[in-house]
Design a protein around this ligand. Sequence first.
Ligand code: SAH
Ligand code: SF4
Length: 413
Amino acid sequence: MADTTLMTIPGQVDPVPVARDITPREDGRIDLIGLPRPRIRELFAEAGLDARQAKLRSKQVFHWLYHRGVTDFEAMTDIAKTMRPWLAERFVIGRPNVVEAQHSSDGTRKWLLQTDDGHDFEMVFIPDADRGTLCVSSQVGCTLNCTFCHTGTMRLVRNLTPGEIVSQVMLARDALAEWPKGVMDGLDDAEDAGHYTADGRLLTNIVMMGMGEPLYNFDHVRDALKLVMDGDGLALSKRRITLSTSGVIPAMERCGEEIGVNLAVSLHAVTKDVRDEIVPLNKKYGIEDLLQACADYPGASNARRITFEYVMLKDKNDSDEDARELVRLLKEFNLPAKVNLIPFNPWPGAEYECSTPERIKAFSDIVFEGGISAPVRTPRGRDIDAACGQLKTAAEKKSRAERDREAAAAQQA
Ligand code: SAH
Ligand code: SF4
C-alpha cells in the first residue's frame, strides 16, 4: 500500500506536503500522469533509452498523454510498433478510479473518485449557458474546519498528488469526449463542434474549489495546473482557471508568481469575531493582512479582479452593516474586486441556516451600490450533494462504529 499522510490537526499547523511525484504501484510500473516532460525523459533514460531517444520519445508521449488524452500506448501512432509494448511493460497511463458518477436534475455531474490507496474524493462538472466549469479537488478532506463546510468535517486528510489532480481534468475530458482529434487519427485537425465556446468545448473553465485547501498543497497544485496550462498539454488558458483559498497568506504571492491563475478568496465575514468563528484560519491570518495580500497579488488588475466569496449565513454575517463594512474594506485596500454571494448549502448536522432571499438581495444591493459587482451564485447540484461545501464522500459519512468494524474485518482477512 502506498504511504499516506494523515493530517488531523484543525487549522493550527500547516500540513507538510507529501514529497513524491510517483505513486508506487504493486506491479512496479510507473504511472506517467502528473509527471512533467523532463521527468518523463529522465524515466525513459533510466529505463534504458539513450539520451536522444529519451528526449524524442518523452516529447511524443507527453503530447499523446496530455494533449490527446490517449490511455493506451498502442494508440501512439508515431511511436514505432515495437516500442509500444516496451512502454506498456514499464509504464501506465492512469485515471482516477470512478466509484460512482451522478447526474443532477439541473445538469450538474458529480464523480466520486478513489486514489489507488483507497481514499475517496470528489469532482463536479457544472454546465452553464455559456461555459462549463469543472470543480477540482486538491486534497482528500480538509484540515481547516470552517464551521459551515461539510468537507471540513472529514477526519482523513491527505494531499492529492499532481497526477491525482490533473487526472480529474483528464477524466472529465474523457467523459465529455472532448479530446482534440488530430491528423494522426486520419481525421482532420478541427476540433469537435460543441455548444458553448468558439473552440467548441463544453469544459471551458476550471475552479480549484472542490475538496481541500489548494494552497496547503501548493507544489502539487502548481505542478498539476502547469500541465493543464501547457500549450502542448491540456492547453487551457490561465484566465480560465480560478484558485480559491480560505486565506493562506504566505502562499498567495507564490500562487500569483508561480501559477498565475485567477484568485478567489473565501472572505465570508468582515469582523474578527465572526471570521475567527466560521473560518478558524482567521486566527492565524487575519482580515487586514489577508486583504493586503490580495492587494499585492501579482497579476490582479481591473481586468482581472479578485473574487471574494461570501457565504450567506442567517443572522451571522448577513446584515446591512456587514455589507457596508465589506464595501468599506474592499475600498480601503483599493482592491480590484468582485463579490460572489453564495447561499449557504445545508448539510446534515450543520449549525447554520441560509439567509432569506430578501436578505441576500438587500446585501447584494448594498454592495452593488458601493460600486462593486455582487452577483448571487445559484446553487447547483444540491440534489446530489454537489453544491459548494457539500462535498463529503459517502465513505466519510459512515459512522465511527461502521469504520471500526470494517477495519477489524480487514485485519482478520
Ligand atoms: N478550501 C478552499 C476551496 C474549496 S471551498 C476555500 O475555502 O476557498 C469552495 C467555496 O465554497 C469556498 O468559498 C467555501 O467557503 C464555500 N463553501 C464551503 N461550504 C459551503 C456551504 N455549505 N455552502 C456554501 N458555500 C460553502
Ligand atoms: Fe476547507 Fe475550504 Fe471547506 Fe474551509 S471552506 S473547510 S478551507 S474546503
